[in-house]
Design a protein around this ligand. Structure first.
Ligand code: HEM
Length: 724
């Protein structure tokens, strides 16, 4: 047996076929993408379906050509005036090849530059139909989606596991046009008004003089801003929790953050509206990394999250999220239980407004080309469909301007909606014309309205409910505020936006003791990296207003006195729904379990451990003193390449004495991971100073050890190891 013919597929193969040792010489057509990959639907730039296979938009033919299709016999030597002479200007292939290469890079996103994406499908269950006309939310409707996850602060090549908010942007290719839900994994935002977005981002990005630190908030400018600008304190405390260190994109919640408006037409042309917040709930649960683990990963596998997503999909562990809504009456004051629904720094606790699940999304395929899909995708919170509208949330209002504006420069002109990944799967009949990279070939002579020359085409759409066949988007007629809310042009904001601490307190007080400890440690780390004492003191002042015990812990770590609160913050009713550590258990899909063996390990014990792990939906990784094969079994990691950080649990079947494995076990133990050791491998536990009786350590016969470890996985971590 070879590694390729092993029936347990370990994901990560770089190409659809194993590479030959010799450079291939037999011409053949380009290989298809891997089975786990797909590309954008092959609709035309104006949204018409085609029968064109995806392979038709990839490279064609057996032979190397220029961009003009001219067959070439040599791409390794430039055309020279003699063997040792200078290169000739007439070498078009040389100039074309190098010129194109010189222009391969496009500007990275100004925020959320680092990301990974996947294709999926959304199936609606119809629960939203009573609130909205949106066609993609009608029972049984299946809609293609493309989801891009991201970090916010880092540049395109930064590490995945930094402490940061994660983007969770979903493009729904609906029959009524593209709907984008451009959200994050944290349900609130740093600022209440988009005019401050450049400020918070300038503060979070690396310092402008030395351009350090990369992709981190643990530095002076970030804490300077959030401590001066206290509305940021709620988002910041979420960032100090393990929510900012997701174990996997597959194990993150998502939030639309702003309140949107759902619109439902009534017979006779009327409209009913409700206010709504959107949520994604992962079927695998919401789980984090530990801080030390996240830092180790940044060095050992900076691509950890994108690899995890791609590997899981390749292994058939397709990630799923329930899509849910919180619905509120669309009252004139837009308050719910006193919470201003237009303030994006506030949540509405689920205990006050339970989630209604309206459908489920499954990510099914990896992109086949990162640049064409993940990099060129362009989301916009203003890409709406009939039945969903925006509100006057001042953060959302600014976003409605920003995304289109930035994409014009990032994607090189106004026609980026025609890029394959951005094309609607609905008919497009706009009057937008020309511009850089125009790929539609419009017909007619009258791209203006009204006209008589093109027969009046395109015609305004009709209004649902009011006119037969109506499907037009209707901007909800909304009062803009009477005297009570101040009907004057002003730069002021509502007094209901002024409470900056009560929900930060709500979040902290809702957590379990272990989660609270992690928050305390995170503040101590981040502020410990701040140079200026005044900034540390100012942030401690904010913490005193959130929770005095939290403040005292951090002050102690910083060697500073704990200040007294300066604000009277109301007491809060904890919201258990905010906890990540619960008694719930979760599937082990796509998790990785290391099996440490040596050349003398019983082949049957190894085989049954692998089978049991595979049967549980997880991936077994065999870790041996050397690469290659161990009898019939392929080795995935040698002692040299194995790392605790890529394992959710580890099983030791052999009494190895290698210090790298001993260290691997120590790390796994510190990171609260399940550990199993067969009786024969007791010595390894001793060498790692791990008490065999400690929580989450299983010993005994190999099959019982594997079963015991698999029993521990559904709780994600062995939290009992963290004494609080
Ligand atoms: C609730 C607050 C916000 C959320 C949830 C949010 C979320 C996101 C996400 C997920 C992305 C990445 C999209 C992708 O994967 O391509 C993104 C990009 C971006 N965001 Fe935001 N954002 C927020 C606020 C803002 C504000 C207030 C502004 C500006 C006023 C802004 C400007 C941008 C820009 C310019 C990009 C890059 C877009 C691109 O190049 O395609 N965001 N945002």
């Amino acid at each position: 047996m070879t590694a390729e013919s092993d029936h347990i597929n370990v994901p990560g193969a770089p190409a659809p076929e194993p590479a030959a040792f010799d450079e291939p010489t037999q011409p053949h057509a380009p290989l298809p993408p891997k089975a786990d990959q797909s590309g954008p639907d092959t609709v035309t730039p104006t949204g018409a379906e085609t029968t064109t296979p995806q392979s038709a938009v990839a490279q064609q033919g057996e032979r190397l050509t220029t961009a003009q299709g001219l067959p070439l016999r040599d791409t390794d030597h430039s055309l020279k005036a003699g063997r040792r002479g200078p290169v000739l200007l007439q070498d078009h292939h040389l100039r074309e090849k190098i010129t194109h290469f010189d222009h391969e890079r496009i500007p990275e996103r100004v925020v959320h530059a680092r990301g990974a994406a996947a294709h999926g499908r959304f199936v609606a269950n119809g629960e939203a139909e009573r609130f909205t006309d949106a066609a993609f939310l009608k029972a049984g409707t299946v809609t293609d989606t493309f989801v891009r996850f991201s970090t916010v602060l880092g540049s395109r090549g930064s590490a995945d596991t930094v402490r940061d908010t994660r983007g969770f942007a979903t493009k729904f290719y609906t029959t009524e046009g593209v709907y984008d839900l451009v959200g994050n994994n944290i349900p609130v935002f740093f600022i209440q008004d988009a005019i401050k977005f450049p400020d918070i981002i300038h503060a979070g990005k690396p310092h402008p003089d030395r351009e350090i630190p990369q992709a981190q908030s643990a530095h002076d400018t970030f804490w300077d801003f959030v401590s001066l600008h206290t509305e940021a304190q709620h988002h910041t405390i979420w960032n100090m929790s393990d929510r900012a260190l997701p174990r996997s994109y597959r194990m993150m919640q998502g939030f639309g953050i702003h309140t949107f408006r759902l619109v439902k037409s009534t017979d006779g042309g009327g409209l009913t509206t409700s206010l709504v917040k959107f949520h994604w709930r992962p079927r695998l649960g919401t789980h984090g990394l530990t801080w030390e683990e996240a830092q180790l990963i940044s060095g050992k596998d900076p691509d950890f999250h994108r690899r995890d997503l791609a590997d899981a999909i390749e292994a058939g562990a397709l990630p799923e999220w329930d899509f849910a809504i919180q619905v509120f009456p669309d009252t004139e004051d837009q308050l719910f239980h006193g919470i201003d629904l237009l303030d994006p720094t506030k949540i509405v606790p689920e205990e006050l407004s339970p989630l209604i699940v309206v459908g489920t999304m499954t990510l099914e395929k990896n992109p086949s080309n990162y640049f064409a899909e993940t990099e060129q995708v362009a989301f916009h919170p203003g890409h709406l469909v009939p039945g969903i509208d925006v509100t006057s949330d001042p953060l959302l209002q600014g976003r409605l301007f920003s995304y289109l504006d930035t994409q014009i420069s990032r994607l090189g002109g106004p026609n980026f909606a025609q890029l394959p990944i951005n094309r609607p799967h609905a008919e497009v009949n706009d009057m937008l014309r020309d511009g850089m990279h125009q790929t539609a070939v419009h017909s007619g002579v009258a791209p203006y309205h009204p006209n008589s020359l093109d027969g009046g085409c395109p015609f305004p759409a009709m209004v649902a409910g009011a006119q037969p066949g109506g499907d037009a988007f209707v901007d909800v007629p909304q009062p803009i505020g009477g005297e009570a809310t101040g009907d004057v042009v002003t730069r002021e904001q509502s007094a209901s936006f002024d409470d900056h601490f009560s929900q930060a307190r709500l979040f902290y007080r809702s957590l379990t003791p272990v989660e609270q400890l992690h928050v305390k440690q995170a503040y101590a780390f981040e502020l410990g990296k701040v140079y200026e004492q005044a900034i540390k003191e100012r942030q401690l002042q904010c913490l005193a207003n959130i929770d005095e015990d939290l403040c005292a812990f951090v002050a102690d770590e910083l060697g500073l006195p704990a200040p007294a609160p300066t604000e009277e913050v109301p007491e809060v009713e904890p919201s258990p729904a905010l906890r990540m550590i619960t008694d719930d258990t979760w599937p082990a899909d796509g998790r990785q379990i290391g099996i440490v063996v040596d050349d003398d390990t019983d082949a049957a014990a190894l085989a049954s451990a692998r089978e049991a792990i595979h049967a549980a939906g997880a991936t077994p990784l065999v870790i041996a003193p050397h690469g290659g094969m161990l009898g019939d079994v392929p080795v995935q990691r040698s002692f040299h390449t194995a790392a605790s950080i890529e394992l959710d649990a580890v099983i030791v079947l052999a009494p190895v004495a290698d210090q790298r494995i001993v260290e691997l076990l120590r790390e796994a133990f510190r990171h609260d991971k399940a550990i199993g050791a067969a009786s024969a491998a007791d010595s390894v536990l001793q060498a790692a100073a791990i008490d065999a009786a400690a929580p989450g350590v299983v010993t005994g016969e190999p099959s019982a050890v594997t079963a015991g470890v698999l029993d521990l996985l559904p709780a994600h971590r062995v939290w009992q190891r963290e004494q609080v």
